[in-house]
Design a protein around this ligand. Structure first.
Ligand code: AMP
Ligand code: TRP
Length: 324
């Protein structure tokens, strides 16, 4: 039997090249070697308010982007988190074995909590729900960007704590980071992670930005006052652009760009990004032309994973002495 892979992505904001290079591209590359499940985590998205109509549309848009970016529904299950009740059900049981201090230490919780006037309980529970997503399917491998490493460590801690309290129940999952692109930084400020929630039109490259806009954003990206690329001494802006180009096109090497003037280098980066995103955008337009196709994929995904989820919930209830 193939080992199971699971990962998730929130259907909120604009999917950007950090999400693609840090996560979805990696999913598409490894899906054939595993039993793969890719989850649109709408219950995570509502930890901050989402306009209901927009959220409903975003869920389908995200599914279409997964398919456009190379997730193959013949090889992988694409599911919507809220369509399988086991995610929320298991999250409660895991909440009961998770010390509050573990959650209060999470850096993403601290960063998000700072931005909110009132902190919803969901924001604190967010990583427990993520642990439930993973443990529900007994996933062995979780491909994510680097910002999720701490949440994955917590998932392992929760799994181990449950296993030691109630007996061996969960597979303890491993984190799988991409070799290039695990942490893409903002184009406007290369000291900040590229993020969906950051504002500023020069910050992120959205996967659906038109090609001219992509070119413009890259040409305007913040660098430093050097005239040309020096791979020995490059600052964070140039290093980030180089990472983006290498992750989009493996023929871009340090040697091939060393000594290039910044203007020419940026054009090379734009070329690599556009060559990567153009076919994804084309496929996205094809996929979205047929909404019934997307719904069919999501229904099939759900039907495929439901028995796995039900089996785990039954095991967990039985281990805890709950009524089964
Ligand atoms: P999210 O947008 O928070 O739902 O993230 C979905 C996936 O994209 C996760 O695996 C993240 O680790 C990954 N990701 C988000 N932002 C970046 C980034 N700037 N660089 C690399 N990976 C990222
Ligand atoms: N918290 C993740 C993020 O924001 C998304 C996520 C939810 C996830 N559940 C998951 C990632 C399970 C991997 C596995 O990026």
């Amino acid at each position: 039997m193939k080992a199971r892979v699971l990962s998730g992505l929130q259907p909120s904001g604009q999917l950007h090249i950090g999400n693609y290079l840090g996560a979805v591209k990696n999913w598409a590359e490894i899906q054939g070697g595993y039993e793969s499940i890719f989850c649109i985590v709408d219950l995570h998205a509502v930890t901050v308010y989402q306009e209901p109509k927009e959220l409903a549309a975003k869920i389908r848009e995200t599914a279409a982007l997964f398919l456009a970016a190379g997730i193959d529904p013949e090889q992988s299950s694409v599911i919507v988190q809220s369509s399988v009740s086991g995610h929320a059900e298991l999250a409660w049981m895991l909440t009961c074995v998770t010390p509050l201090g573990w959650l209060q230490r999470m850096t993403q919780f601290k960063a998000k909590a700072e931005k909110q006037e009132t902190i919803g309980d969901g924001l604190l529970q967010y990583p427990v729900l993520m642990a439930a997503d993973i443990l529900l399917y007994q996933a062995a491998i979780v491909p994510v960007g680097e910002d999720q490493s701490q949440h994955l460590e917590l998932t392992r801690d929760i799994a181990q704590r449950f296993n030691s309290l109630y007996g061996q129940t969960f597979v303890v999952p491993a984190t799988h980071l991409p070799i290039v692109g695990a942490r893409i930084m903002g184009l406007d400020d290369p000291t900040q992670k590229m993020s969906k929630s950051a504002t500023g039109s020069g910050h992120a490259i959205a996967l659906l930005d038109d090609l001219k806009t992509i070119q413009k954003k890259i040409l305007r990206a913040t660098t430093d006052s050097q005239p040309a690329v020096d791979v020995e001494t490059m600052g964070p802006g140039i290093a980030n652009l180089l990472t983006i180009a290498q992750a989009c096109d493996s023929s871009v090497t340090k040697e091939s760009v060393n000594g290039m003037r910044y203007g020419d280098f940026k054009k090379r980066v734009a070329e690599a990004v556009i060559a990567r995103l153009e076919p994804i955008q084309k496929r996205y337009r094809e996929v979205t032309a047929d909404p019934a196709y997307i719904d069919g994929i999501l229904t099939r995904g759900r039907e495929h994973v439901l028995p796995i989820a039900e089996d785990t919930v039954r095991k967990v209830k039985s281990a805890m002495g709950l009524y089964v």
